[in-house]
Design a binder for this molecule. Structure first.
Ligand code: 26Y
Length: 802
């Protein structure tokens, strides 16, 4: 193990630092300090220790003159940072002891921090895990994104239906960031393009300023720190004094209001492309600022732009920053006198694109007229890019089609590599959405299977299991996750299994306490905790899970004296505010919960729990406590999944389909430690071609028919037969995600789970083997793959000991 870089203060010294911040930064004395004041003082005291390694990393990066990685993402779903920083500094115990000595409860202080929820789900959380791994591996990198004033909305349930309210994390000071008022760039929109003296000139109609805020991202043991730079939109002029003097107070603040709209709010839809002008402006806003910033850094170090690809690797997190291609070409041509061909070649050598979805409705396309109005110069440059693409690859694939600009095709054509996020997904990318482009540019599409940071998703969120692993294989695993395989030798050891089970039980008890305190809900920690947490989407099939729950309820009622395995079905997740079907599914889960949980006949065997406002912090509570991981998407639809990896790592076997990274997880943990069911991706496609496949499946399943009839009858909706008529009819008439076809197989697999769980020793062994065998899913492995296959970027850490 490498020795920590950071020398730890004594508990006394750290307590003194907290008190100093309480007084000098918060202006409070201990007698009057609130939980907020304590949390801020703790965060500031931790932050004091981050700055030195951050400076040192920057200094080394500058000296090395090597390659920097730039990760452009509309979303960084970070969560809380106090514990994360304390753990990476190696100060966790010191922080806890100091806070305790000051008379505060450490858990309460930590939980006072709002989640930084600058993302919707998987894609945004992946970006946060990647930042963690880039720092842990010592690869010089910047994350670039938007400093949204409002993160993902907060979810409430009213009579079981989802209600959204604005998230307001920035109403408190965000202690982790440093404002950089001197780092600003103008971002132009609209206007027109003219040719003047043989030069193309863009006369913008509107300009806003992008202003930088930096957050240090500390790696494991504080040995490296990179920067997350988020852009806020500000007006070029703050205030129109002339209007103000005329008495027109609204007009006086108009420029400010207009500009700030751009970084006001995260778009909450991760499934359907909204095609809204403001979204396009957000995308261009942060992409242009980021490219201007990296070019300025490169030029200030004396670089020659023709060498840019040797020093700059830009990764596009989906198509959201795909405007980077034309923007980099524009900057090279219009501001640095490059020829078109040279500009395109240079830009492409810097850019790579990650695809996260095959769902056609999530692929970004902009109406040409909207695009040409907002970005007239880029519109023309994309025509040049398309012409260059036609010249090399022929005209089979267009960027402009049906009056739209297709951002996936643009990103593909302007990238030197395109990657999918799991083995299956990358193959499907080649065979489906980009098959023609794959033929035109063979070898461009590669795979990089996703990963998760084990620091947050095991070490920090699961202290009981951490302790057992440390005692069993030593402490070098958090940045060498393959070492978990050393646990395999212990799965026949009953003392080890006892401790593994005790760790799970402790996590379940913690969750039970939390549910009781937060929502007043009692759950039995001896029951199986069966967990499905993720965005609500038809393809993820929370509906199938609910239908299975009702079918099980029916079976228990028919035989209340049977040997049932007690279960708590836990759901968590938000629906996009405009996604009607997803919201109906939420409502149905809550309605069914009300009825089923009140049934005295089944109460000891079955309970449904759906805590509102699922977020990263809730995941950190639920995942370590899970016995069973639900990964039941329609095969071919979930690009990878990353929750699936977190559950397996924390010792929860999966019930799942052969979709996304489930396939690779099953390969790693062994088929006997994974509850597989359902149609394969190829079978899904074939089944859809059959006439009336859904009605046929329903007719063949008395169980499913009964459940659908119950829902239709109003059993769960207080007699209201209309509430779920669309949802149920949808299954009969257009069950695109094959809930009906996989239902019986899913039900049967769940009964295998019941049997397996009842044999607790065998189950614990299976759970332990899941933990032991998924070390490969560390995001350190993923980032090493990107660094080697895509970026050609090096670690600047001194040789790490194995
Ligand atoms: C364009 C807009 C509608 C949009 C906004 C956000 C489209 C997509 C998204 C987010 C997509 C997303 O989160 N995809 C997920 O990425 C994860 C990381 O690769 C995958 O594990 C997961 O399967 C995929 O659904």
């Amino acid at each position: 193990m490498t020795t920590p870089r950071i020398s730890a203060p004594s508990v006394e010294a750290f307590s003194a630092a907290i008190l100093r911040h309480l007084k000098l930064s918060l202006g409070k004395d201990p007698e009057h300090a609130s939980l907020y004041d304590w949390r801020m003082s703790l965060a500031l005291s931790l932050r004091d220790h981050v700055v030195e390694p951050w400076f040192e990393s920057t200094r080394k990066t500058y000296e090395a003159r090597g390659k920097r990685v730039y990760y452009l993402s509309m979303e960084f779903l970070i969560g809380r940072l106090v514990e994360d920083v304390a753990v990476n500094l190696g100060f966790e115990d010191i922080a806890e002891e100091a806070i305790t000595a000051l008379g505060q409860n450490y858990g309460d202080v930590v939980a006072n921090e709002p989640d930084a929820a600058l993302g919707n789900g998987g894609l945004g959380r992946l970006a946060a895990c990647f930042m963690d791994s880039l720092s842990t591996l010592g690869i010089p990198a910047y994350g670039y994104g938007i400093r949204y004033e409002h993160g993902l909305f907060e979810q409430h349930f009213e009579e079981g239906a989802q209600i959204e309210t604005a998230e307001t994390w920035l109403s408190q000071a965000h202690v982790w960031e440093f404002e950089r008022p001197e780092v600003t760039y103008p971002i132009h929109f609209g206007g027109h393009v003219a040719v003047e003296d043989g030069k193309t000139v863009w006369h913008a109609g509107e300009t806003v300023m992008a202003s930088a805020y930096d957050t240090p991202v500390l790696g494991w043991q504080g040995r490296w720190a990179n920067t997350l730079r988020l852009w806020a939109a500000k007006p070029t002029t703050n205030f129109d004094l002339e209007s103000f003097n005329r008495g027109d107070y609204i007009a006086a603040s108009a420029p400010e209001a207009l500009a700030r709209t751009i970084s006001r709010v995260l778009y909450p839809d991760d499934t359907t492309d909204v095609g809204k002008e403001l979204r396009l402006k957000q995308e261009y806003f942060f992409t242009s600022a980021s490219l201007q910033d990296l070019l300025r850094r490169f030029l200030s170090e004396g670089g020659a732009l023709k060498d840019l690809p040797d020093h700059v690797a830009i990764q596009l997190n989906d198509t959201h920053p795909a405007i980077a291609g034309p923007e980099l070409v524009r900057l090279l041509m219009d501001e640095h006198q490059f020829e078109v061909a040279q500009a395109i070649t240079t830009a492409r050598a810097c850019l790579a694109y990650t695809n996260h979805t095959l769902l056609p409705e999530a692929l970004e396309r902009w109406p040409e007229d909207l695009f040409a109005r907002v970005l007239p110069r880029h519109y023309r440059i994309i025509q040049l890019i398309e012409a260059a693409h036609f010249a090399t690859a022929g005209e089979t694939v267009r960027i402009f089609e049906h009056g739209e600009v297709k951002m996936g095709e643009l990103a593909f054509v302007m990238a030197h590599h395109v990657n999918g996020v799991s083995a299956l997904h990358s193959e499907l990318v080649k065979e489906t959405v980009f098959s023609d482009l794959n033929a035109a540019y063979p070898g461009r599409i590669i795979n990089q299977t996703n990963g998760i940071t084990p620091r947050r998703w095991l070490y920090t969120c699961n202290r009981p299991l951490r302790g057992l692993i440390n005692d069993t294989i030593g402490t070098a695993w958090p940045d060498n996750l393959d070492q978990l395989s050393g646990l395999t030798a212990h799965v026949e050891d009953s003392a080890f299994l006892d401790r593994f089970q005790a760790a799970k039980d402790a996590n379940k008890a913690r969750l039970a306490d939390w549910l009781k305190a937060r929502d007043g809900v009692s759950v039995d920690p001896a029951a199986m905790f069966d967990v499905q947490i993720k965005r609500i989407h038809e393809y993820k099939r929370q509906l199938m899970n609910l239908l299975e729950t009702v079918a099980l309820w029916n079976d228990i009622r028919a035989n209340p004296n049977g040997a049932w395995t007690p279960r708590v079905k836990l759901f968590g997740g938000k629906a996009a505010p405009g996604y009607v079907v997803a919201k109906e599914i939420i409502h149905l889960i809550n309605d069914a919960a009300r009825v089923i949980n009140a049934d005295p006949v089944t109460r000891e065997f079955l309970q449904i729990v759906y805590p509102e406002n699922y977020n990263v912090s809730m995941a950190e509570m639920l995942i370590p406590a899970a016995d069973l991981s639900e990964q039941i998407s329609t095969a071919g639809k979930e690009a990878s999944g990353t929750g699936n990896m977190k559950f397996a790592l924390n010792g929860a076997p999966t019930i799942g389909t052969l979709d996304g990274a489930n396939v690779e997880i099953r390969d790693c943990v062994g088929a006997e430690n994974f509850f597989l069911f359902g149609l394969t991706a190829a079978e899904v496609t074939a089944r859809r071609a059959e006439p009336d496949y859904a009605r046929t499946a329903i007719a063949a399943s008395p169980r499913l028919s009964e459940v659908l009839d119950q829902i239709r009858s109003g059993l769960f909706s207080g007699g209201d037969r209309d509430r779920y008529v669309n949802l149920v009819n949808g299954l009969y008439d257009h069950d695109y995600f094959l809930v009906t076809c996989d239902f019986d197989a899913y039900f049967a697999a769940q009964r295998q789970v019941d049997t397996a769980f009842a044999d607790s020793r065998t189950w614990t062994r299976m759970a332990a083997l899941n933990t032991a065998r998924v070390g490969w899913f560390s995001s350190d492995r993923t980032i090493s793959g990107y660094a080697k296959d895509i970026w050609q970027a090096q670690s600047l850490l001194e040789q790490r000991d194995a």
